[in-house]
Ligand binder design. Structure first.
Ligand code: PGA
Length: 259
């Protein structure tokens, strides 16, 4: 049975002091996670992973990086390898975010290498996929999702499905205040799961978490996570304020307690 994941993607926000302050507040919120089936993940900027890790020690809150190099090591100025992330004992790492695809020209083939590097190091990739508004309007959503999943996951070895998290993030909903309706999101998630079943078999696909991302906030989270194939959220803007993030964690706990 899948749990729920509430992941905060802080993007290029929060400096050292702000990261520390937020993580201290978050570790207090973590008390309510005891004996629940809710996993909380925070993804601060690279330089502050260690600060966050120290502040969240023993809180049960997991940490994620926001990206990783497709290379293993060597002369790649500015890059951070999966082995380096492993040396911090990181649990997760976001890859293929639409902002990286858009501003850094990341392709599915490159993202696939990142997925492989992470899996080699025992770090769970949070692989982002999603269509643009134009693609949705032209009826290409499922073709786009299938192409991204095929390109990023081709011949990727999965054993149970627990090693991978997918985030369905419609590009038109990211940071726009415009959220997919719960029907739109559920339909995309069901398609993603069905496609994963084609790639890895049904048993593995049923264990892969599929998060929704795109203007998720306290006001709409309950409706979204009520859907069968939505296993939580990858949250940007609304994860930056402790009050909103904490409210979303509470919604996830309420949903799991009502099962
Ligand atoms: P948003 O970002 O919640 O601000 O829309 C989500 C994401 O990009 O992961």
């Amino acid at each position: 049975m899948r749990k729920l994941i509430i992941a905060g993607n802080w993007k290029m926000n929060k400096d050292a002091a702000q990261t520390l302050e937020f993580c201290n507040a978050l570790s207090e919120v973590a008390d309510k996670l005891h004996d629940t089936d809710v996993i909380v993940i925070a993804a601060p900027a690279y330089p502050f992973l260690h600060i966050a890790q120290t502040a969240l020690k023993n809180s049960g809150i997991a940490l994620s990086a926001q990206d990783v190099s497709a290379q293993t090591d060597g002369a790649y100025t500015g890059e951070v390898s999966a082995t380096m992330l492993r040396s911090l004992n990181l649990g997760y790492c976001i890859v293929g975010h639409s902002e990286r695809r858009q501003y850094h020209g990341e392709t599915d083939a490159l993202i696939r290498l990142k997925v492989l590097r992470l899996l080699d190091c025992g770090i769970k990739p949070i692989l982002c996929v999603g269509e643009t508004l134009e693609q949705r309007k032209s009826g290409a959503t499922e073709t786009v999702l299938a192409t991204q999943l095929d390109g990023c996951l081709q011949d990727v070895p999965l054993t149970t499905g627990d090693e991978l998290v997918i985030a369905y993030e419609p590009v038109w909903a990211i940071g726009t205040g415009r959220t997919a309706t719960s029907e739109q999101a559920q339909s995309a998630h069901a398609f993603v799961r069905q496609h994963l079943a084609g790639l890895f078999g049904e048993a593995v696909a049923n264990r892969i978490y599929i998060l929704y991302g795109g203007s998720m906030k306290p006001e709409n989270i309950a409706e979204l996570i009520a859907q069968n194939d939505i296993d939580g959220g990858l949250i940007g803007g609304a994860s930056l304020k402790i009050g909103d993030f904490s409210a979303m964690i509470s919604s996830a706990i309420a949903k799991m307690n009502s099962r």
